[in-house]
Design a protein. Sequence first.
Length: 249
Amino acid sequence: MAESLVQKFADAEAVSRAAAEEVARRAREAVSARGRFTIALAGGSTPRRLYELLAGPPFREQIDWSKMEIFWGDERSVPPDHKDSNFRMARLAMLDMVPAPASNVHRIHAEQPDRYAAARDYQAEIARVLGVAVTGEPPAFDLVLLGMGPDAHTASLFPGTIALTETSRWVVANYVDKFATYRVTMTAPILNRSRCVMFLVAAPDKAAPLAEVLEGPPEPARLPSQLIRPAGGELVWLVDHAAASRLRQ
Ligand code: 6PG
């Protein structure tokens, strides 16, 4: 199992620029090695700046968008044009400005009333595009981008929720008490198959949970980000000094 690589940067802007370099490099390597680049985007607010950077020079021209298959790690149960939509955030920050074919953009239809069907449909979409059996082992994304909340959740794997103990499904509908709503989220089984998982964590309110996740005892039910340990892949944490302020290392 890969060790966590923690890289510290002055601020969120520096984290975003380093992440953009990494995404562009890994995209080039994946296309060169396998003819395409499969990525799962993170939601929330931290990655917005990364997406804006990727949509402009020099990164926009470094990426072959026609060979990039774009997924999301999770989605809120809202329409794609809703202010809380992770798809909408990435569309406004990046996808509207780059030549990614619509057929390569695979959003989660989490607004469906039947959220269980939405989760099943997304697992089927992943299987179809990545070319594996929908009932088999989860496929390996080239890169999964993740954020971490102040409660140490990642994707929509929130403390104490049922999705934390999922061992076979790749995507589930997860009821989140704190928001009194369902989210559709990738689960640890598929996230931990990734060739690389890259966390982007910035801001002072992440310092205490980050120290617990990286340096505290294993408590994944309370600290879901601890679930993410890609078995055969890399785990990279790009963090700013504010978020890293409680780390011993
Ligand atoms: C979401 C994200 C979520 C996010 C964290 C951190 O749907 O909100 O998937 O896991 O990454 O909540 O969010 P910020 O980057 O906004 O702090």
